[in-house]
Design a protein around this ligand. Structure first.
Ligand code: 57M
Length: 361
């Protein structure tokens, strides 16, 4: 919103306000605003959650090292979403449709997670939302986002699948864009949710991938950079960089409290929303395949669950000691911080590989 005010001030008062037209500056301000909000609001929220005893119940069949986490305040994802929404509304251009699609999809997935957490933690209904209800709601919103992106596409490139590392390979998806987008958004929402099982394990890769997607948005939204790098020029997508910046800032602010040993968990309200946000941004900037690479930790965790369930159903035997994968390493004796930091290191490498696709093609 402030970009409109700055525009008016630049025209009527002092041309120096034009500095707020610069996307890089607004991206940085988005990071700092979201970071400050989460650092300031965080302690208040943790105190409230503790006072109302909105604490995690721990399953008895999980690793024993998690028993001591019982009662840790959860639903901290609400803090992340507030910080992202405020920072985005302040610094992004409200006339940009991509910003609204990404923000509203994120908040809608957050609402599903919030209902699930609310049922589990406040109404003490241990199952929360039924798997069917959760999946149906995710599907409705995923489909709505896919349809919106499809009908608002202005250039052919906006519905093409871009293949990383190959300069001129782009597949025209036509209406297949809709199921693919649905799959990317709902899939990444669930993948981040499955990963969110150790302190800082989901938030750091999320912030890293969001930071890298910010670079893609900036480059793809600028005709000169896009032409130079040989990536698709997607008019207007640069503005999503402000949202990505807000995700990085809110993520780092949340990590302050979620770092091992965590003072707060994000809950489904955070995990479902952040995953959906990454998926929607990747679709907007036409980098679904690069998201698949950079979010490799989320992919690994999800594949471990699919393989474990399939193997157990087909042969009655488990492949991993426990899925998702982080539990397997814990049960093999790795201390929690070792699993967490090693998964972060893997993400750093994968994000660098993803970023290299900007140049190597
Ligand atoms: C959520 N939630 C954490 C916290 C967080 C199909 C099956 C694989 C599903 C899976 C599942 O339910 N995954 C989704 C995982 C939980 O964290 C809460 O949930 C929110 C995210 N949705 O924000 O509110 C626990 O994770 C730990 N935690 C931390 N630090 C954090 O910052 O330590 C979370 C955040 C917390 C805390 O202990 O209580 C979770 O793991 O439940 N199910 C599982 O993951 C279960 N796996 C399983 O059943 N595996 C089977 C089959 C089905 C594949 C197998 O291997 O045979 C395990 N989860 C638990 N215990 N807790 C197993 C047993």
């Amino acid at each position: 919103m402030l970009v409109l005010l700055a525009e008016w001030l630049a025209k009527n008062l002092y041309s120096g306000f034009n500095v707020f037209q610069y996307l890089t500056l607004r991206g940085i301000l988005g990071v700092l605003t979201a970071l400050l909000i989460s650092l300031i609001v965080g302690p208040v929220m943790i105190q409230r959650l503790s006072r109302y005893q909105i604490g995690q119940q721990i399953r008895e069949d999980g690793p024993k090292s998690h028993f001591s986490k019982a009662g840790t305040p959860t639903m901290g994802g609400a803090l992340i979403l507030i910080a992202i929404a405020v920072a985005t509304l302040l610094w992004a251009d409200p006339r940009n449709h991509y910003v609204w699609i990404v923000l509203l999809t994120t908040l809608a997935f957050g609402a599903i997670g919030w209902v699930d957490d609310y049922k589990k933690l406040i109404l003490r209904n241990s199952k929360g939302l039924s798997a069917r209800a959760k999946y149906s709601l995710q599907s409705c919103i995923g489909l709505a986002a896919a349809l919106l992106l499809y009908v608002t596409a202005q250039a052919p490139v906006e519905t093409q699948l871009i293949v990383p590392f190959f300069k001129n390979v782009a597949l025209n998806l036509g209406w297949l864009f809709i199921p693919l987008t649905y799959f990317v958004i709902v899939g990444s929402s669930n993948a981040v949710n499955l990963t969110d099982g150790l302190d800082g394990l989901a938030i750091v890769p999320t912030a890293m991938v969001a930071g890298a997607l910010a670079v893609f948005c900036y480059a793809s939204g600028n005709r000169i950079f896009a032409d130079y790098l040989g990536i698709p020029y997607v008019p207007g997508v640069g503005e999503v960089m402000v949202f990505c910046g807000a995700m990085v800032g809110a993520g780092l602010g949340f990590l302050w409290f979620n770092a091992y040993p965590a003072q707060v968990f994000m809950g489904d309200v955070g995990a479902l929303a952040l995953g959906a946000a990454l998926g929607t941004i990747a679709v907007a900037v036409r980098q679904e395949l690069v998201l698949f690479v950079m979010g490799g930790v989320f992919v690994m965790e999800t594949v471990s669950v699919i393989l474990q369930v399939a193997s157990f159903k087909l042969t009655g035997r488990r492949i991993f000691r426990m899925a998702p994968l982080h539990h397997h390493f814990e049960l093999n004796g790795w201390p929690e911080p070792r699993v967490i930091v090693r998964f972060w290191i893997i993400t750093i490498i994968l994000v660098l590989v993803g970023l290299s696709t900007l140049k190597i093609r």
